[in-house]
Design a protein around this ligand. Sequence first.
Ligand SMILES: [Zn+2]
Ligand SMILES: [Zn+2]
Length: 904
Amino acid sequence: MKISILGGGSEVGASCLHIEIGGTNLLIDAGMRMQGDDLLPALGMLDGLDVPECILVTHAHADHIGALPIVHSLFSTVPVYTTPPTADLMKIMMKDAYKILAGRAQLTNSLPPYSEEQVNALLASLLLFPASGVLKVGNVKITSYRAGHILGAVMFLLESDGESLLVTGDLSFKAGRTISGAEVPHTVQPDVVVMESTYGNRIHTDRNTEEKRLADHVVEVIAGGGFALIPAFALGRAQEVLLVLQDYMDKGLIPEFPIFVDGLVTPISGIYKSYPHYLKGPVAHRVRKNGDAFLTEGRCKAVHPREREAVLQGKPGCIVASSGMLTGGASSWYAERLVSGEKNAIFITGYQDEESPGKKLLDLANGVEQTLELNGTSHQVKCRIGKYGLSAHADANEMNRFIQTLQPSHTLLVHGDDEARSRLGELIDPRFEPTLVENGESYSFEKRTSGKSVKGKRYRVNDDAIQLRDKIGSLLFYSSEDEHVLKLAMCTGVHPKTNTLICQTLKGKPVRLQANQVVETIGRWDGPIDELTEATNEVFSFSRPFIKQIAWSKLPKEIVSLNRIYEILGVANIKDKLAIALAIQSFPATHHIKHADGVKYYKMDAQMERELEQLTLPIQAIKMNSATALESVRNGLAEHPRFMRCGVNNIGTPDEQLMIYFDFPDVLMDPERKLLIKRFRDETGWEIAFSDSIRQDLLQNRLVKQLGASIGTPSIHLHDRVVSVSLAKPENAEEMSIQFKETTGFTLQFIDAASTSPLNPNNQNVFKVASAEGRMENNQALEETRKWAAERNITIYKAGIKQEVMEVHFISPEIAIQHEMELEELSWRIGMPVAYAKNPKQNEIIRVAIESFPPSWQPKKNPSIHMDRKTLAVKLEQMPRDEELQKVSQKIEGETGYVLEVNK
Ligand SMILES: [Zn+2]
Ligand SMILES: [Zn+2]
């Protein structure tokens, strides 16, 4: 096989390859440079090469098709194959390019590089690549694969007589908004890969962040009364920008504003919309439903050149116009008129050639105010300038991963400047022989004599390093040192000196991992990153539903690797894969076996099977996070008449549980409790418990409702679940009691007002529980006491345990007595007797009193306390009004239990 680089080797521009494989010759692409004196690839090289049997076109960008009219006229009988959208896009792109070239030629009094007739001849002779994606030319089988990048872009796999070559064309793996990312032909292992390297020295910033930044900034400019101009490549980028802005509007994330589309963007968007089956699902759906997804009525309008002035006279809006580098066309027309206005903005979204006005504008953004030359005129730059990464090319990590997947014997790096290609060359495993090719050179490869791959023959790397290198391109579970949770990262390389793994989290954050931090290797992921991120978030936030539906019983009771488990269970879905990997990490240490070759094995036995089935292992994310779980219970019980609230107990401990509170928990019978426990355990993964705490305040409310307001103070005997009211038995007492019991679980007793209360007959102010109740441990009891006070809104000053009795300090015993009922409840909750402190907090009482005095009182000195009489005495200059005095006295008595005495 021989690959000759006519152009597009050490540059982005004029891509053109001549290939000889299995005795068949063909050309892939013939592009043009945008700048410089020499616009064409080195077509002279063709003299020394055999005549091609066909010409293949990867996609319709000018750097891949610009020279085709000339090449076609050289070989007018040779078929030119493109995908259907590429053929349609070429018609627009070629005619526009000719117009520009002819215009330039006129200015310099020269001839354009090709004629209009040559363009028409080419366009008329295009053949469509078969829909099957496979074409046979001479001895070569040609298969096309989707390359992402732009509509219709493909890569080509050429196979002939035991030799194979993959030419990527321009690549993008991350799905944009318009089209899906590149397909990875994992089943093939080509001998040679010719790969683009535009961004071989870059790691893209997060796409969502960039989109949001762009949308927000456009809104800011328009809100400030200016126009936001987005110069965009007519083919690809402009469609992305249009969808970003309109998606944000549809989701209500940004307000509606007018979008104007100008230049080549308009007809190209028209081609995009006519190929809905090449577009991503949601876009295709919108096209089928509304007829368009790019130019939409009432929002996004195509502008004719004669309407441009009117647009700039009208309401502020966003203008999306080609060309992308402000080298001419609509975008530079608008830029000339907007660049000197402080309210306006020019937002750059793509690659800028070194000499382009777009690049100069970005350079200005960092410096002081300067001038910019547009269409031969100098302009003061005063507008806002921004740059946004919405690249349609793969980044270094993605390309490295791609090569790691394909494992070619040779990798030729093209379509990138020297910096980009050499950085990428350093990143790629030397086993895959990355080579930086030169324009004008040919590269020959011998056919392999044996069917074996050449890998390992040429390079003797130590075993550890090979094991590590095998992880490149794989998803890894790793444990970070400080947290005891597993995380997921994608391995993109191995540091050659330190043997650490260079990885990236799904958010694109770089992480370096020691080999021993890697807990398991999940395998490769070749689909879109968005999809992986979504799957991972789902499984890592709540793994239970996935683990639950796995047929663990199918696994043999033997020692198995993760891959073997996948195989036996027949799982292909990434969510299931992640869930299985998470689940088996929870096996006890004795069930983890590490093999000498770095592969991990797991001992499956009857016990593990049972624990997996019953979900009793400490599997990561087997529970929802507490907030989501609480939300889920709250929603589930929203209609339950007894449900009050739910909370989490002992959070972060092995005993953590979700506690559900009902107003009268006794009413809930065992079958219902069991049902709720099962339901919410399944739904949230949490242990479920029910609080026995009874809402006494509601008990009283209920009594008032049933018996009327005149019930006096009922006696509530929590432990016996009895409520006594001092009231003669009404006629319907029986019925009332039944109803009361049904809703509260308490027995209602009517006691003649004359008889004595059964509560605490010889109590000495100690509230006791029966000995059968479980006594809480001291600290827990103190904690519970504080909780009880907070729940009941009771102010206590101190709580302490004295000789097995919980002593609670109120401001005074008089206030404590008012809380008898609650104190009894507390005793029941903590399982120990409760008493209140018998000494008043004198200073507090005085403080409360002083704070309650109106400013006009001006006491001669602080009030004095008389504990025997339970009074507070204060001397004032003047006696206050009765009404005022009464109000203040009431407040003080209510808070302290002490009566205020005022003297002159
Ligand atoms: Zn391209
Ligand atoms: Zn290109």
